[in-house]
Design a protein around this ligand. Structure first.
Ligand SMILES: C[S@@+](CC[C@H](N)C(=O)[O-])C[C@H]1O[C@@H](n2cnc3c(N)ncnc32)[C@H](O)[C@@H]1O
Length: 195
């Protein structure tokens, strides 16, 4: 255990519920691209729990040293992380699964649009895109704490914000993908699954 590395308590809390959805939707062996891996905690733990998947973590370049530290965990089965800025660089490869957690409220709407568009282009025809985080439903926050979270996000950067689930569905529909699952998970977060 490397004590100095960044640690996210939220990742420890949500990794179990996230795993249960991944188990349901990522049953066939394949390659999974994780976008915005953050600390790398999800990559390190989830890859060990899902050894039939080739887990490819990614993030913007400045974040990769942190991800690498977490991938030193003995149970990690993840590949070395790659640079992926959703607005710029994408690998020249298609993936069976795309997974991203807590990124759509950090990226601007424009970047979310790029992430969905490029993500769909980099998915196999029957591939699945799984998105975890807080969402608004029918223009409403799902909790008071999410409303407070959004105002905190916008104080940091007005381009940040909790996205509407219906808008995300529309963006996927433009690329011929539809939502096949939506899960209410703890702490007022959701997992949306597109195919
Ligand atoms: C709140 S963190 C979430 C990290 C991790 N997935 C988690 O659940 O804890 C947001 C992540 O999005 C990444 N990110 C922000 N802008 C990005 C972009 N343009 N392309 C790819 N990743 C981006 C950040 O580097 C960061 O790792």
């Amino acid at each position: 255990m490397i004590s100095e590395r960044p640690f996210s308590q939220a990742c420890e809390n949500n990794k179990g519920p996230i795993l249960s959805v991944l188990r349901e939707h990522c049953q066939a062996p394949g390659t999974l691209l994780e976008i915005g891996a953050g600390t790398g905690q999800h990559a390190a733990w989830l890859s060990g729990q899902l050894p039939h998947l080739t887990w490819q973590p990614s993030d913007v370049a400045e974040n990769l040293p942190v991800v690498r530290q977490w991938l030193e965990e003995p149970d990690s089965k993840a590949l070395a992380p790659i640079v992926l800025d959703v607005g710029r660089t994408w690998p020249d490869q298609r993936f069976d699964y795309l997974y991203t957690a807590n990124t759509f409220h950090i990226m601007s709407r424009e970047l979310v649009t790029s992430c969905i568009e490029e993500g769909c282009r980099h998915l196999t025809p029957n591939g699945r895109f799984l998105i975890y985080g807080p969402f608004r439903i029918n223009g409403r926050y799902t909790s008071d704490s999410n409303a407070a979270f959004e105002s905190w996000l916008k104080d940091i950067d007005p381009l940040r914000g909790i996205r509407d689930k219906e808008w995300i569905e529309e963006e996927f529909a433009r690329h011929g993908r539809r939502m096949i699952g939506e899960y209410d998970l703890p702490a007022n977060n959701m997992m949306l699954v597109f195919e």
